[in-house]
Design a protein around this ligand. Structure first.
Ligand SMILES: NC(=O)c1ccc[n+]([C@@H]2O[C@H](COP(=O)([O-])OP(=O)(O)OC[C@H]3O[C@@H](n4cnc5c(N)ncnc54)[C@H](OP(=O)(O)O)[C@@H]3O)[C@@H](O)[C@H]2O)c1
Length: 352
């Protein structure tokens, strides 16, 4: 796309999502990591000293020896990926945007703000129109914030989008079984989760019920109209490492056949596929017909972790149909989502 790579920074680079970003950005055709930043516990150390590296691949050579900085403007890059805890992101991300940086955030802090795009490039690329409004409203000349959804929301919404467009959606009931890496590092202690399921993840049900409606809604010039969809979510932490599973029941406006649902899901492609963005999956939704799929260990890496895998599509005795969705929570659910957002921003001329 362009000769020189764009220098990028990672805020929260030592965490689970930050590490995924470091790994996904190695050999990226458009971006190169020039800055890593984290808390004052890590600042001043070389990345390899500060990080507790959790991925099977080695720490990329060019990042290994970078000195970790504090999360404050002054980083030598134009674009920052934020993988900060929400309370830290609430303060730090606007400081970066005010200072002229483009911020692609994983954190929940700004997702629901009325001038901040909550983006899935396959679902609502038109919501990027809110950036101009955001800059005007906040007096930011060059910088802005774009967010990606919660790790369960993104897979649910990817699957709902083609179904809503074709058949209309009225009601969604979803029960999640969420992997341990979704809780960050060190996350849930082993004595709490081994031989156990925890039926509570703080704020998670609210995120699924609200973010999904913003994503499937419309940008109306000065704010977002949320989709008029009823969603009820129950969220559980289970002892898998990566890959969130979601058992979903749906009520449609016009009840499709099972074949029509499969066709709508399997043929779904959108702007990232048309633009051939480097991190875009060729198939954003992969349908499995076997009675015992998808499974986290077997299916989370499909399309390099960037697809939502759907199986067990069958009639529901209460709503119309039910199905199981599986998706990688730290790739498509976090780091890969922020990266795809940045690729869309670059392809559509939003980056300097
Ligand atoms: N894990 C997932 O599946 C997932 C999915 C979607 C969204 N998210 C969101 O992404 C964000 C990161 O999640 P994570 O799972 O990667 O968390 P994590 O493993 O706990 O990592 C947190 C990162 O933030 C840094 N940090 C903590 N406090 C800080 C402070 N006061 N100032 C500056 N940096 C600070 C940490 O640096 P130190 O190492 O120096 O402490 C670390 O790099 C969260 O907002 C989370 O909700 C996570």
């Amino acid at each position: 796309m362009r000769g020189e790579k764009i220098p990028v920074g990672i805020l929260g680079a030592t965490g689970i999502v930050g590490q995924r970003l470091v790994a996904l950005l190695e050999q990226h055709p458009w971006f190169e990591v020039t800055e890593v930043a984290a808390s004052d516990r890590s600042a001043g150390l070389r990345y390899e000293e500060a990080v507790h590296w959790l991925l099977p691949s080695p720490i990329p050579e060019r990042v290994r020896r970078l000195v970790v900085k504090e999360c404050a403007p002054g980083l030598e890059c134009q674009l920052v990926f934020s993988a900060l805890p929400a309370d830290v992101a609430a303060e730090v991300e606007p400081e970066f945007a005010r200072a002229g940086y483009v911020v692609c955030s994983n954190a929940s802090a700004h997702r629901l703000e009325p001038d901040v795009p909550l983006l899935i490039p396959e679902v609502n690329p038109d919501h990027l129109q809110a950036i101009a409004h955001q800059r005007r409203r906040r007096g930011w000349a060059r910088g802005f914030i774009v967010t990606n959804p919660n790790c369960s929301t993104i897979h649910l919404t990817l699957v709902l989008k083609p179904l809503m467009d074709r058949f209309g959606l009225r009601q969604v009931m979803v029960t999640t079984l969420q992997a341990l890496s979704g809780a960050g590092y060190p996350g849930v202690t082993s004595l709490d989760i081994v031989d156990n399921v925890i039926p509570f993840i703080k704020n998670e049900e609210e995120k699924l019920e609200t973010e999904t409606r913003k994503l499937l809604g419309r940008w109306e010039g000065e704010g977002f109209a949320f989709a008029p969809l009823r969603i009820s979510a129950q969220c559980n932490r289970v002892p898998t490492l990566d890959g969130h599973m979601e058992c979903v029941s749906l009520a449609f406006e016009r009840r499709p056949t099972r074949e029509e649902i499969i066709e709508a899901l399997a043929s779904f492609a959108s702007v990232p596929q048309q633009l051939r963005l480097p991190t875009a999956p060729a198939r954003p939704i992969v349908v499995r017909e076997e009675p015992d799929r998808p499974q986290p260990r077997l299916d989370r890496e499909v399309e390099r972790g960037m697809a939502s895998v759907v199986g067990r599509i069958r009639p529901c005795a209460i709503l119309d149909y039910k199905m199981v969705i599986l998706g990688h929570n730290t790739i498509r659910g976090a780091a890969g989502a922020a990266l795809l957002n940045a690729e869309l921003l670059l392809a559509q001329g939003w980056l300097p």
